[in-house]
Design a protein around this ligand. Structure first.
Ligand code: AHR
Length: 504
């Protein structure tokens, strides 16, 4: 079966069944929505070794990690959770470090938090990264007063006891934090609420989340778990949309099931296929949540924010299962690249996405072992795709050949394209078929171009990983499989690969 992708127009048609290794693709030079750079955002929670023994050594921020993330132009970082956000009390982690409270992270392993990494350290980290902060406030165990006090501490430039406390703690100017989550997973670890109850809480909390002068707030409501469309419907109907910048959705790629997710490194083609199938399912969720949002917000003023996504496998053997430390293979890079193509193509509604969770947790970009650091295959995808940040989406239309495994089928190819501010066109192509290369003939309508350059990310096996002993086993290489024929672009897309091309 072949599938027609007309993106972002959302037309998917089934057109008969035959195997092929060549395909046609067309890209039109029309002005689509801007791909918000925050689609390339990340998420870091007080969980396992993400913050402590990850970003934070106990006394300072690791600059090797900062430098690596600056290279991929990290636009935004979400913190402090996750589930942890709804047990976090910001006052425990300000002021002299030795006087900070000792608390217990009851969500992730009952470990003691010395709170040496708090508000100031997080915002210093964002300053070093040159990225926007996105803070998830505590609804589950907090109060509107605690949340509004935190905002005053962060964002008020005038004289007040809280603004003066910030100054006393070393920060003269307000940070003007804009992106603000009102709770996290309020249907689950954030308080087991019904959508009706949460909508009421959101109305109440958001009333006290003030935009201080020069610091307009962008409030993000805690959204649905995967396919919980009722959650989105109840929220869109009942919360004040005029003070809502976005509604979130969380979706994790799960290979088998939540009890037996599967290994990050030891898997065959069956689990490879199931992982990609689970990843591709996110497009169905986006279409359905977006359709509900369209009913209440046809002008698409409220963003859909995928503020947790990525593959979640079993933890590495021998590690604390509550720390969610997993390795990261070429399969995971293909999952990241596919997800980012989907987000790009839906950038009329999706304005932010945050991969879980940057360092040492889930689908991490960076793994550390004491002083050592390794960049994962997923990191390289974000490096290759950074050209799409803030570019104008160009609609891509194509028929994908099938990737067939054991009688089951998936579209082998996914793609997105954009034009940047300098006029260069970038095309990101993913071939998830693990053994077939595919020839892609692309017609570029209304686009004049002279040269093509590109990079490819692939490896001998989809289980290949980068380790501390072999840190560059999976890394991008320059790509020579693209050529100009008339105004057409012909690409020999290798099996199990991500290719990003620049046309000038
Ligand atoms: O990312 C790990 C956890 O997954 C987060 O804390 C929570 O929001 C989600 O369930």
């Amino acid at each position: 079966m072949k599938k027609l992708f007309l993106l972002p127009v959302l037309a998917i048609a089934c057109l008969g069944s035959f195997a092929q290794t060549t395909m046609s693709l067309s890209i039109r030079d029309t002005s689509g929505p801007q791909i918000n750079r925050n689609i390339y955002g990340h998420f870091s929670e007080h969980l396992g070794r993400c913050i402590y023994d990850g970003f934070w050594t106990g006394t300072k921020i690791r600059m090797d990690i900062v430098d690596a993330l600056k290279k991929i132009k990290i636009p935004l970082l979400r913190w402090p959770g996750g589930c942890f956000a709804d047990q976090y009390h910001w006052r425990d982690a300000i002021g002299p470090r030795e006087q900070r409270k000792r608390t217990v992270n009851t969500t992730w392993g009952m470990v003691t938090e010395d709170n040496s990494f708090g508000t100031h350290e997080f915002l210093d980290l964002c300053g070093l990264l040159g990225c926007q902060p996105y803070i998830a406030g505590n609804v589950g165990t907090g109060t509107p007063e605690e949340m509004s006090n935190w905002l005053e501490y962060l964002n008020f430039n005038g004289k007040s006891t809280l603004a003066d406390l910030r100054r006393q703690n070393g920060r003269e100017q307000p940070w003007n934090v804009a992106y603000w989550g009102v709770g996290n997973e309020s249907w689950g670890c954030g308080g087991e609420m019904t959508p009706e109850f949460y909508a009421g809480q959101y109305r109440r909390y958001s009333e006290f989340c003030k935009s201080y002068p020069g610091a307009p707030l962008k409030l993000i409501a805690s959204g649905a778990n995967g396919d919980d469309y009722n959650w989105t419907d109840v929220l869109m109907k009942n919360i004040p949309l005029r003070r809502t910048w976005g509604i979130s959705m969380h979706y994790y790629t799960i290979v088998n099931n939540w009890q037996h997710k599967g290994s990050a490194t030891q898997f065959g083609e069956d689990e490879y296929f199931k992982g990609l199938a689970s990843c591709l399912h996110i497009e169905d969720l986006i279409n359905k949540h977006s359709a509900i949002m369209d009913k209440y917000d046809p002008g698409k003023k409220v963003a859909l924010v995928v503020d947790e996504w990525g593959i979640w496998t079993d933890a590495e053997p021998g590690t604390n299962p509550a720390f969610l430390y997993q390795q990261n293979s070429l399969r995971d890079a293909l999952i990241a690249a596919t997800s980012l193509n989907i987000f790009n193509n839906h950038s009329d509604r999706i304005k932010m996405a945050n991969l879980a969770q940057t360092v040492n947790v889930l689908q991490a970009l960076v793994l550390t072992d004491k002083d050592k650091m390794v960049l994962t295959p997923t990191y390289h995808v974000f490096d290759l795709y950074k050209a799409h940040q803030d570019a104008t989406l160009l609609p891509v239309q194509f028929y994908s050949p099938d990737y067939v495994y054991d009688g089951r089928k998936l579209p082998a190819v996914n793609a997105s394209a954009s034009r940047d501010a300098n006029g260069a066109v970038h095309i990101s192509l993913v071939n998830i078929d693990p053994s077939k290369k595919i020839t892609v003939r692309t017609s570029l309508q209304g686009i004049s171009w002279k040269s093509v350059e590109g990079q490819v990310l692939t490896s001998a096996s989809f289980t290949d990983i980068n380790t501390f002993d072999q840190p560059a086993k999976v890394k991008p290489a320059s790509f020579s499989g693209a050529k100009k024929e008339g105004n057409d672009l012909v690409v020999e897309l290798p099996a199990r690969s991500v290719v990003v091309l620049e046309l000038k």
